[in-house]
Design a protein around this ligand. Structure first.
Ligand SMILES: C[S@@+](CC[C@H](N)C(=O)[O-])C[C@H]1O[C@@H](n2cnc3c(N)ncnc32)[C@H](O)[C@@H]1O
Length: 190
């Protein structure tokens, strides 16, 4: 039997902190992007978000920017393990510019990502989406300010809190341990 995406992701290398399917799924839910979407992602990190998006947009393309060569190599290795053909990794600093245009969705997950917002606005198509992942609320504040300055609409900040429960020995209750905090996603539309 072929592996599903979660099984594929479990077999990949992780170096920088990754965006897990719990949070990545919000990007599909909030943007409603099509399977043929053109997506730009930065920074690639371990490539988890880029792989997640490429998996669910099989007729589209994901171009992911990573400025550090050692992480670019990890992403290339991870992509080759997935067999996906619709992802391209660029060993480039996204703050020096986004080469693509008419983009349906830009995702950002990196330090100082608010600095990429003006360029993201220019390169999105007329109703394209920006989704920014932030582990700290201070970064969310900077992102929202920059999105407003750049005239993004429909700005929404969301956090996906998942509480797992256990049912054992005749008793059902929330698990006392688990992943409590991951990050926030801030969405905006051109
Ligand atoms: C937290 S990781 C991204 C994880 C990724 N979203 C995933 O799910 O695997 C952040 C990455 O952004 C990269 N980065 C930071 N600034 C960048 C820039 N200006 N351009 C491109 N990549 C950058 C870092 O080298 C790091 O690998």
């Amino acid at each position: 039997m072929e592996k599903n995406l979660n099984e594929v992701l479990n077999g990949l290398e992780r170096l920088p902190q990754v965006i897990t399917p719990k949070d990545a799924s919000l990007i599909l839910a909030y943007t409603g992007i099509s399977p043929d979407a053109k997506i730009v992602d930065a920074g690639s990190g371990s490539g988890f978000l880029a792989i997640f998006l490429a998996w669910y947009c099989p007729k589209g393309k994901v171009i992911t920017y990573e400025k550090r060569m050692e992480f670019t190599k990890i992403v290339e290795r991870n992509i080759s393990k997935t067999g996906l053909k619709n992802i391209e990794v660029k060993n480039k600093d996204v703050l020096e510019g986004i080469e693509e245009k008419d983009i349906d969705l830009i995702t950002l997950d990196m330090k100082d990502c608010e600095q990429a917002i003006p360029e993201a606005y220019k390169k999105l198509n007329a109703d394209g989406w920006l989704a920014v992942y932030s582990p700290h609320i201070e970064q969310v504040e900077r992102i929202v300010e920059e999105m407003r300055k750049n005239k993004f609409k429909n700005i929404e900040i969301v956090e996906n809190i998942v509480r797992e429960w256990q049912s054992e020995f005749g008793y059902t209750r929330p698990k006392s341990q688990g992943l409590m905090h991951t990050g926030w996603l801030t969405f905006g539309r051109k």
